[in-house]
Design a protein around this ligand. Structure first.
Ligand SMILES: *[C@@H]1O[C@H](CO)[C@@H](O)[C@H](O)[C@H]1NC(C)=O
Ligand SMILES: *[C@@H]1O[C@H](CO)[C@@H](O)[C@H](O)[C@H]1NC(C)=O
Ligand SMILES: *[C@@H]1O[C@H](CO)[C@@H](O)[C@H](O)[C@H]1NC(C)=O
Ligand SMILES: *[C@@H]1O[C@H](CO)[C@@H](O)[C@H](O)[C@H]1NC(C)=O
Ligand SMILES: *[C@@H]1O[C@H](CO)[C@@H](O)[C@H](O)[C@H]1NC(C)=O
Ligand SMILES: *[C@@H]1O[C@H](CO)[C@@H](O)[C@H](O)[C@H]1NC(C)=O
Ligand SMILES: *[C@@H]1O[C@H](CO)[C@@H](O)[C@H](O)[C@H]1NC(C)=O
Length: 556
């Protein structure tokens, strides 16, 4: 690998990795929390009605529950390194400052390394100061040097493998979590859209020219505008966020793969070159290794921060799931604090269901079940006859509480089947010609109305679950139980890999210099390098040992 390609790949890796990880921490937490999703949702749907029936939390700070308090007591950079006490709160810059502090050790190490190794190299270059292994007496230390070099190269190779496997699995798990959150959001959007559709359909309910009262229709129109806005915003934001997050994670993945591959190449080539004693080329490797080690330390720090932020978030979610009604930092960015629009939707949909039931039962009472005397002036008469039709039962009482369906009434679920038995065949003037109480046209209208209110009734539980936050609680519970532990494991793996790589390459660098500067003869080296072409790793150490014996023998 030439000098230029090393430098080019190094810069690509550096720039992409640094820019990625810096934006990652932010976006990641947002996605974990669904901050944007639910934040906008709240602004769209829940803030649209001024009447706020939910308990107003911010007035009573004494009841505030500090989330993840045990984990988040860290020095706050923005506050003279005093301990931060307010717990998990992604809207608080002091929280981020204190989480950022956890990466300081690795960043300091990166700077220390960068400066000290840089100084050492300058001194080495300018003043000719060098660590050399000279003469016969040090063939033992040469061997130790070589063994150490191989150990550290193995260490950094294992680190590279851990890093690439860990980041691959981390990427997979993160995408899984993202898809889960996106699906939850899609489900919410679908629920809202479906409710809107059925509400619109309810406006068209028409049984024997009886419609819903016009004030109810107006309410439906107003509610539908809110619901549509909420659904559209939620959908748009979810798409945008998931797109951004996917892009960021793909970039992180690429940079991690690049770091792993470049580090592996550098450490293996460095090992060979220093064994072969290519002093000049080894300096290119030493310089690129010097910069790469600094980069991996920085990446390490970034991943420590990400790890802490994710672990904090997982803990905060877990604690919130256990205490959903306590006022917490999470409550401010969740939809369930402000309940008025979902409550309104739920309330209206139940009202509409009962209104439709009213219309249907009114029709059954005044038309189908009436035994109106025949006569052209009597609009109720269409030669209906036979047993009386069962009425539709009301799903909610006047307080809109759920009702059991009495056995003599028919439930919405089987109204269409039961009423089928009461249809008659009709003449051209739509009079029944056989026994029955419904003309087929009436049956269609009734069943259509029942279908709509049945659908609305079906959406009451999801709406309720959106309102009382069970939906979010369930989402968080699944995230904390199913998604957090694997994410944390993979992050630890990535961090271990990064640490192994950086430490391994760090020590290898020093050993490369020492080992490449050992006394040797060019002819011997040329011969051995030819011999080594066809050999694999395992034979090499033997080769090298015999060669180093030859070399030291020749020097005497
Ligand atoms: C999406 O979420 C809904 C509701 O939680 C669930 O029923 C459905 O199975 C999920 N779909 C996928 C593909 O995960
Ligand atoms: C919404 O309605 C569509 C079509 O009727 C249906 O396929 C989908 O499952 C519904 N979604 C939800 C969340 O109820
Ligand atoms: C929902 O709204 C109805 C009427 O608007 C109100 O009577 C009821 O108390 C509200 N419920 C909740 C939980 O806010
Ligand atoms: C009608 O509903 C009742 C419960 O209300 C149920 O037991 C019965 O099986 C249903 N009949 C049909 C035909 O669906
Ligand atoms: C419809 O009528 C048939 C025969 O008259 C009867 O056997 C059946 O049980 C009825 N179905 C319902 C749902 O009432
Ligand atoms: C009215 O219905 C009965 C059956 O219930 C039928 O026999 C009769 O012919 C019908 N009358 C007219 C005018 O269709
Ligand atoms: C009502 O729903 C039933 C199934 O639940 C379906 O078979 C029927 O076609 C629907 N009727 C109308 C008018 O939508």
């Amino acid at each position: 690998m030439g000098k230029q390609s090393v430098l080019v790949s190094f810069f690509v890796v550096f720039i992409s990795s640094v820019s990625c990880t810096s934006s990652l921490s932010d976006d990641h937490s947002k996605f974990i929390l669904g901050k944007d999703n639910f934040g906008h949702w709240r602004n769209g749907i829940l803030s649209s009605t001024p009447a706020n029936l939910a308990p107003s939390p911010s007035n009573d700070p004494s009841s505030t529950l500090v989330l993840a308090g045990s984990r988040t007591k860290r020095p706050d950079i923005l506050n003279n390194f005093k301990r931060y006490h307010d717990g998990w709160d992604i809207t608080n810059k002091h929280y981020w400052a204190s989480v950022g502090f956890t990466g300081v050790a690795a960043f300091t190490l990166a700077i220390l390394w960068f400066v000290s190794f840089g100084l050492a190299m300058i001194i080495h270059h300018c003043c000719g100061w060098r660590i050399d292994i000279k003469g016969n007496e040090s063939s033992g230390s040469q061997r130790i040097c070589l063994i150490l070099l191989i150990v550290f190269t193995c260490g950094s190779s294992i680190g590279c493998i851990l890093l690439s496997v860990g980041q691959d699995q981390f990427h997979g798990k993160a995408m899984e979590t993202l898809n889960f959150v996106v699906n939850q959001s899609d489900y919410t959007v679908q629920t809202l859209v479906n409710v809107t559709e059925y509400m619109s359909l309810a406006k068209t309910v028409n049984v024997a020219e009886v419609f819903l009262p016009s004030d109810v229709k107006d309410d439906i129109d107003r509610l539908n505008i809110d619901l549509n806005n909420a659904a559209n915003t939620l959908k748009l934001k979810t798409n945008q966020n998931s797109h951004t997050i996917t892009t960021v994670f793909d970039a992180v993945r690429l940079s991690m793969i690049a770091v792993a591959v470049v580090m592996l190449l550098v450490s293996l080539l460095g090992l060979f070159l220093s064994i072969l004693g290519h002093k000049n080329i080894i300096y290119i490797f030493i310089i690129s290794g010097w910069l790469l080690v600094a980069v991996t330390f920085i990446l390490c720090g970034a991943f420590v921060i990400i790890n802490n932020a994710i672990t904090d978030t997982c803990m905060a979610m877990g604690q919130w799931v256990d205490n959903p009604h306590a006022e917490t930092a999470l409550s401010n960015i969740l939809p369930c604090v402000d309940q008025s629009t979902t409550n309104d939707t739920l309330y209206k949909s139940k009202l509409v269901v009962n209104d439709i039931t009213n219309i249907i039962n009114g029709f059954i009472g005044t038309f189908a079940n009436s035994n109106a005397p025949p006569g052209r002036w009597n609009s109720n008469y269409y030669n209906q006859s036979g047993p009386l039709m069962p009425y539709l039962c009301y799903p909610y009482d006047s307080q809109l509480r759920d009702l059991e369906c009495p056995s003599q009434l028919v439930s919405m679920a089987n109204a269409s089947v039961v009423w089928q038995n009461y249809t008659c065949s009709v003449s051209e003037s739509s009079y029944c010609t056989s026994t029955g109480r419904l003309t087929p046209e009436m049956y269609q209208q009734l069943v259509g109305a029942v279908n709509i209110s049945y659908a609305l009734q079906h959406y009451a539980p999801p709406l309720l679950s959106l309102q009382d936050c069970n939906f979010v609680r369930e989402t968080f519970r699944i995230i904390t139980s199913d998604h957090c532990p694997p994410l944390e494991d993979r992050l630890r793996m990535v961090n271990t890999g990064l640490a192994l790589v950086s430490v391994g390459v760090m020590f290898s660098l020093a050993l490369w210099i020492m080992y490449a500067n050992r006394p040797q003869r060019e002819e011997v080296f040329g011969k051995i390098s030819l011999k080594m072409m066809g050999k694999c790793n395992g034979d090499m150490s033997v080769d090298v040992e015999s060669r180093s014996r030859k070399v030291s023998g020749g020097e005497v």
